[in-house]
Design a protein around this ligand. Sequence first.
Ligand code: FAD
Length: 222
Amino acid sequence: MKAFIVYWHPEPKSFNHAMFLGAQRALVDAGWEVKTSDLFAMGFDPVSSRANFQSVKDPDFLKLQIEEMHATEVDGFAPDLEREIQKIEWCDLMIWQFPLWWFGLPAVFKGWVDRTFAMGRTYGGGRIYEDGMFKGKRALLSLTTGGPAEAYAKDGFNGDIFAILRPIHRGMLEFTGFDVLAPQIVYAPVRMSEEQRTSEIDKYGQRLGAITRESPIEIGQY
Ligand code: FAD
């Protein structure tokens, strides 16, 4: 059992970092082999450009998906991308740990998706959704919010959290073939006591210890 955890937060003493470490501990204790990408610590470059490639298909006009397909054919991805793509290909379970920013992934994390989910290598040629290249793998979002749980209920002032997460669940993960597990959401950790936060990390660890027994969720249409 192989797990890959991708994480971004700019503060190593953050609650997100504690969740990231807690997940690693729990998975290793449960017998998983774990690889990680701490995007902030790595100084990961989120900007897609010609730097994504060591190869060149068209030197006159940069069309990323054309270059991605070419790089797939000639093994021409830049080393920093190649390392990340290989970790995705290697894992059975991929976890994304992040704070919800503007109803989505923080920019560096989104840039990691923009660069690593490359056409030809991770989708394309009809290989999407049920026929996606990552069919058989599972994915789990682990996130924190500033707003409380009631703000993210269906009738809450922010609206249903599952609708907010749909672009990630459906547009990124299911699109490339992943089965999506229920998200792990810690609402408003800032407003919790130290004990409540510790308990959230423990609950998450217990869940991960038994994660192989979980079934994927249905992603609604909204
Ligand atoms: P932190 O502030 O790092 O941690 C909370 C507390 O946990 C701290 O006191 C910390 O010391 C403590 N802690 C750390 N480690 C441990 C440990 N091991 N055990 C116990 N306690 C620990 N919120 C929304 O709801 N919707 C949005 O759209 C949104 N957009 C945002 C956009 C931006 C640009 C920014 C900056 C914030 C936004 N937020 C939004 C708020 C953001 O989601 C929250 O601030 C964030 O999720 C909180 O998580 P954190 O890891 O940063 O918490």
